[in-house]
Design a protein around this ligand. Structure first.
Ligand SMILES: C[S@@+](CC[C@H](N)C(=O)[O-])C[C@H]1O[C@@H](n2cnc3c(N)ncnc32)[C@H](O)[C@@H]1O
Length: 308
């Protein structure tokens, strides 16, 4: 039988896209394998469907294998590729930033419901990380001015890069701890997805969390230290009728509502995700009189009323 000779530039049946994906899918999650291969090739996902028989060069195949080894060791795909999609944005991420989660888009949706378009509103996003929430709101409300803060200079640098890369100009960035980064400033709406996992929680030793910055994840024995600080300090930075929206753990809705109630917020509610799990709790500062229609609460379908 005649042996096949493969010359430089020819497709070896072992290095076609299809063959490499079969091998990779036996090593890591199939979707992760596709993302890593597309990253090596610099191609969009749609490219895969028509190119199963294309060959990779030896260099590309070796690079792909190196990425598979990193993923096998547990490193998150987003840190390997250096980016993650959020809302309508492609965001750079690094081990200095949390990897933005799709669940956080619920916080963005809830904020947008309370931010009438076309108004020069002021918005703050505390603990912005990659800038996910701040940049999504700034893009959707181009006439608003958004301020994004973080206590991590490395994270803030990534967020600034993401603003530039996504051509979003109505965001400014401040380094500092929660509202101390914004002295004397007042806002129509403040968002935060702060660290909310309890110190020592066993989940911190599992999955992607092992690779994410500790300061982005855990905060005190019950995970609520950051939320307590923000709930306490936000009223001095909210305009009358202004909203505070907080993402939190699935079992923290009641505790966060109680914190807002004890700090005299009104219109307090917890919003649930599609699986009816508590995700976001919000409240606002009283108007001290009439409430402009534009800032009235829109109660979504999946909303748990305040326990109080
Ligand atoms: C859960 S991550 C959220 C990141 C981003 N907002 C998101 O949703 O993807 C929490 C963020 O809070 C920041 N952070 C932690 N402690 C802080 C503090 N004292 N003041 C401001 N930001 C802080 C972390 O650096 C991290 O970026």
């Amino acid at each position: 039988m005649q042996a096949h000779a493969y010359h430089s530039g020819m497709a070896s049946p072992h290095t076609t896209v299809a063959a490499l994906l079969v091998q990779a899918r036996a090593r890591i999650d199939p979707i992760d394998a596709e993302w890593l291969l597309l990253h090596v090739l610099g191609k969009p996902r749609s490219w895969l469907f028509a190119h199963a028989d294309d060959a990779l060069t030896d260099t590309q195949a070796a690079r792909f294998d190196a990425l598979l080894v990193r993923r096998e060791a547990g490193e998150p795909v987003a840190y390997i590729t250096g980016s993650r999609g959020f809302w309508t944005l492609e965001l750079a991420v690094s081990p200095a930033t949390l990897i933005p989660r799709p669940e956080t888009e619920l916080l963005v949706e809830q904020a947008l419901e309370r931010l009438p378009a076309g108004r020069a509103l002021r918005i703050a996003d505390l603990g912005t990380g990659s800038g996910a929430i701040a940049l999504a709101l700034a893009k959707e409300r181009p006439q608003a001015q958004v301020v994004a803060t973080d206590a991590s200079p490395e994270a803030l640098a990534i967020a600034q890069h993401n603003a530039l890369h996504n051509h979003i100009g109505n965001v400014e960035f401040h380094l500092g701890s929660w509202l101390q980064a914004l002295p004397g400033d007042a806002f129509d709406l403040i968002t935060s997805n702060p660290p909310y996992i309890a110190d020592g929680d066993p989940h911190l030793d599992q999955g992607d969390l092992r690779f994410e910055p500790a300061m982005a994840l855990s905060c005190g024995p019950d995970g609520l230290n950051a939320i307590r600080t923000i709930v306490r300090d936000a009223p001095a930075h909210l305009r009358p009728g202004g909203w505070l929206l907080l993402e939190h753990g699935l079992d923290q809705g009641g505790a966060v509502r109680a914190l807002l109630e004890s700090a005299a917020y009104v219109d307090i509610a917890t919003v649930q995700d599609l699986e009816q799990r508590d995700r976001v709790t919000l409240g606002r500062i009283p108007q001290g009189g009439s409430c402009p229609p534009s800032l009235r609460s829109h109660a979504p379908a999946a909303i748990a009323p305040s326990a109080g």
